[in-house]
Design a protein around this ligand. Structure first.
Ligand SMILES: [Zn+2]
Length: 225
């Protein structure tokens, strides 16, 4: 049957973690509901899932779960869907005339696999070469966190971080490497605890072998303090 095989294809696509676009697929009416309206709807949906699984929602331990999960989805782990939460793009002139590479490494990544809604946990390493504009160091962490707080595909997350920094800094010379564990791979399915996934996106000068090498060497540095 055609419909069934289409569903199977979509399922297989998701299980292989293949993403389709660098933009998060959003509907045009994504923000017509307020956050509190979304929480009310999702709360009922979560209750429905738990009840369908046969759980007794009158139990003290479970009674608050639907509301807790709904608030967590909207305000926290998927809060980065809302463009209002995007870190503002304040930049500075590069007063020191520092023209070398700047690397912010080991940025903590907490995201959610959009195929299974299970956590992606890892580290992002971000670099740029200033063309006269710089950003505060914590801005790079905030940009990573903003795009991580969505249902995600790791490849898309990597590209979104690079594109945003290219925009903010006005240069193509931006790179990002993410090394992360996907709990959908580690805890279910193939149950491979050790494996992690590395994705990279290299813009501008980072496409050149030497610049890329320098960036990757910095990432390897074991920083002690
Ligand atoms: Zn997954």
């Amino acid at each position: 049957m055609k419909i069934e095989s289409d569903f199977n294809d979509i399922d297989a696509l998701g299980d292989d973690h293949i993403g389709s676009s660098s933009d998060t697929p959003m509907r045009a009416d994504a923000f017509e509901l307020s956050n509190s309206e979304k929480i009310d709807i999702i709360k009922d949906d979560v209750r429905h899932i738990l009840e369908t699984l046969g759980l007794d929602l009158n139990d003290d331990s479970l009674s608050g779960t639907p509301n807790r999960v709904a608030k967590m989805f909207v305000n926290e782990i998927f809060g980065g869907l809302n463009p209002d939460k995007k870190p503002n793009a304040s930049t500075f002139d590069n007063k020191y005339k520092y023209g070398e590479m700047l690397v912010e490494k080991n940025i903590t990544v907490y995201s959610t696999c959009e195929h299974h809604l299970l956590p992606i946990v890892g580290r992002a390493h971000v670099a740029y070469i200033s063309n006269g504009t710089v950003v505060g160091l914590s801005k790079m962490n905030r940009i990573v966190d903003y795009f991580a707080k969505r249902p995600q595909v790791q490849e898309r997350l990597t590209i979104q971080i690079v594109k945003e920094l290219q925009n903010v800094l006005g240069t193509e010379d931006v790179a990002c490497v993410i090394d992360a564990k996907h709990l959908c791979v580690n805890s279910r399915g193939i149950r491979d605890i050790e494996s992690s996934t590395v994705t990279s996106e290299f813009g501008g000068k980072f496409k050149e072998k030497e610049t890329r090498r320098e960036f990757l060497d910095y990432i390897q540095l074991d920083t002690q303090f």
